[in-house]
Write a protein of this length. Sequence first.
Length: 254
Amino acid sequence: MIRRPPRSTQGVSSAASDVYKRQDENGIREDGRKADEMRVVEIECGVVPVADGSAYIKWGKNEAIAAVYGPMEAHPRKIQRQDRAILDVRYNMAPFSTTDRIRPGFNRRSREISKVTRDALESVVDLELYPRSKIRVEIEIICAEAGTRCCGITAASVALADAGIPMSDMVVSVAAGKCNGIVLMDLNKPEDNYGEADLPMGILPMTDELVFLQMDGDLSMEEFQLAWDYNVKAAHEVHKIMVEALQKRYGGDV
């Protein structure tokens, strides 16, 4: 398990944090969702004509585009694997994706998310079919509002399917968390900023296998189990949307 650094509340005014203490006893949030409800998810395939496969995802206010190129010959030759392809994943947040301008280029966070995304996708892609090759996956976050790594992984899975890359399943990434002592599904930005915990997971809907898990903050065993159950339920809901997007583009069964 990879733990991210503890959340920082430095500079957060008490007035701002109090906004998310006004949930009722049933866990109804300020945006009107129940504790186990996700934000609205929309997915569209084939949005980058020059890519072999691509997908656009809008998850609440998050927006991301994933594009897949390949399989192609791996260069330089020293990176080639004789028995399988390599998966080259790049996650990036556009400078305009948040209220504070992000410095262009890779940073520690983007490298970490690129790595965990690659590890999650490698668990389902049949890389052995393409020895000495490379499959390039580009993920660009164009609007960020908490949960961008989940948004990026899910978009990348759809883009790989759109590219016709053989996979055993599609990875669906979702995250539950805790705010003011209440376990909530799919934290929005204020809940993520002022919450006590976050549990992003990557799930294979066909088997409910786990291929990716990170944890930020502290959860009791009971809270962890509830967050897990929320995530599994949400993963199946998102998977239906992923399949519908592919069916809309290609028709028939996916």
